[in-house]
Design a binder for this molecule. Structure first.
Ligand code: ATP
Length: 254
């Protein structure tokens, strides 16, 4: 594995890429995870590799929903396991939620490796190795879910979910919070709250917000949720992308 010097101007982005490559080498991330990461990098470049104001608003709404949830579950796929495993466990423990391994190209070996990784980092409850129910409307391999986990959850936090599964969870009546750098993807448009931010920034932000907002009254949390409109926030995410591009475009003349 090559060592990127911290002085490199794109250190953070290159380290993130290396973590996904390491995930593949350790057998926790599928090969298609590399392609997903590449798409994410391109979109992150377009927003200037920073958390936009729109993403911050989505993160606040997500923190409020997680704090008020009765049965929240955090879903972990191969890319999240490579990029933010400690943060996923930390968030789960803070809101007393189980984690569920939920991967697109399921192999039992990979599910076990991710579950072991999460347990090794201090996760108390990890579902996914023995799914005992099916999410309606998906083909068998993708439909697998666990009772006590995603199947029974009222709120699912699922960074980097695929559009079909996201739709199926919403159809089951769940509130779905996703992290997806593409504000125009099906996942982004279907979710209750879409955080159009890099998962490596979104998770630390969410953890700080959960800490900060844990002391708020229930009514205040409810009003944050009621005032949140995902489509409007997605439109603003696209506008922020356009405006960043316009700035870069103008800078070509300097
Ligand atoms: P959909 O089914 O929702 O339309 P898709 O098929 O376009 O999604 P996938 O290939 O399933 O997309 O998943 C990749 C998605 O994850 C892309 O939209 C990409 O922007 C996003 N993504 C990849 N890496 C990251 C990351 N580190 N942080 C946030 N989002 C990411």
């Amino acid at each position: 594995m090559s060592e990127v010097p911290p002085s490199h101007p794109r250190y953070a982005s290159l380290r993130t890429r290396e973590k996904v490559v390491e995930g593949v080498e350790r057998g926790i991330t599928g090969l298609n995870g590399l392609i997903a990461q590449g798409r994410g990098e391109a979109l992150d470049y377009l927003i200037g590799e920073r958390t936009t104001a729109a993403a911050e608003e989505a993160e606040r709404a997500a923190a409020a929903i997680l704090l008020l949830a009765e049965r929240p579950v955090l879903s972990v796929n191969g890319n999240a396991a490579a990029l933010v495993p400690e943060e996923m466990v930390n968030l789960a423990n803070k809101i007393n939620a189980p984690l569920e391994v939920n991967i697109f190209y399921r192999t039992e070996e990979r599910v076990k490796k991710i579950a072991d990784l999460l347990r090794g980092l201090g996760a108390e409850r990890v579902y996914g190795e023995e799914p005992d129910s099916l999410i309606p409307g998906l083909d068998h391999a993708r439909a697998k879910a666990a009772r006590g986990g995603i199947f029974d959850a009222d709120v699912v936090f699922v960074p980097l979910e695929d559009g079909d599964r996201c739709e199926a969870l919403v159809r089951m009546g769940k509130r779905v919070i996703t992290v997806d750098l593409n504000p125009l993807s099906r996942t982004a448009r279907t979710s209750t709250v879409t955080i159009a931010d890099n998962v490596v920034r979104a998770l630390p932000n969410l953890i700080s917000l959960v800490d900060e907002m844990a002391g708020l009254e229930e009514a205040e949390l409810r009003s944050i949720i009621e005032g949140y409109e995902n489509r409007a926030v997605l439109r603003r995410s696209v506008e922020e992308m356009i405006s960043h591009l316009a700035d870069q475009f103008s800078a070509l003349d300097e």
